[in-house]
Design a protein around this ligand. Structure first.
Ligand code: SAM
Length: 247
């Protein structure tokens, strides 16, 4: 591998430097922040709500436990966990996504959340600060995924648990091809119409396609130090819940 190839990462289908990927991902979420929630409903036919409910049911947040919701964006996961009494810190690299989340919290009168801008790869929290770490539809946007997983492990206390909800690759015969066609043909068009941003939604489709398969991502989680790793496929793996323990 030459120097140039080693120093590039994928931003969707394009090869860019790591710094450029982080910058471009920032641009994507700044551009879509205001339309993010309505776009999620449109693109998934409301199904993202069910996936998030299922995810939080697996996390089983307990009253007063400290949970870090990383790449928490507009707060969908954090609100569900706070409703169970957990003390949630919502962190995201993007101030515009967090701003929309804070507005939602105010409108819904949800108090007690901590909103803190953080890069998942280099967290400012002390070691062993949290009982659980969640990341939903965030990890595939992170430039250095192994670094983010190592940081997740570091900030969890012993006995802490890691949960990730992410798009993956469905193993149901035929469904993957149908989904690919839908993603290529429709999602950027919906993005153009509703969010006035076709390119950001093309990136989102491409980033889903490029993300490691379920088994490979499970190995990455184990490589970061987590044990008893598990994968729960949804719709054959179109979406997956990965989990692990810091023991
Ligand atoms: N978790 C929310 C949800 O499920 O609706 C938001 C998911 S949104 C698709 C992905 C989020 O990941 C964006 O808010 C983006 O800013 C954030 N993100 C991307 N790279 C990040 C990084 N390196 N550290 C923290 N957050 C990051």
């Amino acid at each position: 591998m030459n120097e140039e190839a080693r120093d590039t990462v994928n931003f969707g289908e394009a090869l860019v430097t790591p710094e450029e990927k982080t910058r471009r991902v920032g641009g994507v979420f700044t551009s879509v922040a205001r339309s993010y929630d309505v776009m999620n409903d449109l693109m998934s036919g409301g199904m993202h709500r069910l996936w998030k409910d299922r995810f939080v049911a697996r996390v089983k947040p307990r009253p007063s436990e400290a949970i870090l919701d990383m790449a928490g964006g507009t707060g969908d996961i954090a609100f569900r966990m706070a409703a169970k009494g957990a003390k949630v810190t919502v962190s995201d690299i993007n101030a515009d996504m967090l701003a929309v989340g804070m507005e939602h919290a105010e409108k819904r009168r949800i108090d007690g959340l901590v909103w803190q801008r953080e890069n998942a790869e280099t967290l400012s929290f002390a070691d062993a600060s949290f009982d659980a770490y969640t990341i939903a539809f965030g990890i595939r946007n992170v430039t250095d995924v192994p670094a983010a997983l190592r940081e997740a492990h570091r900030v969890l206390r012993f006995g802490g648990r890691f949960f990730c909800l992410e798009f993956s690759t469905t193993e149901w015969p035929g469904f993957g091809q149908v989904y690919d066609k839908y993603g290529d043909a429709l999602i950027p068009k919906i993005g153009k119409l509703v969010a006035k941003d076709e390119d950001s939604y093309r990136y989102l489709v491409e980033s889903i396609r490029r993300f490691p398969k379920m088994s490979e991502f499970e190995r990455m989680i184990a490589a970061a130090g987590f044990t008893q790793t598990r994968v729960e496929p949804i719709l054959g793996g179109l979406v997956a819940i990965h989990s692990g323990w810091k023991i």
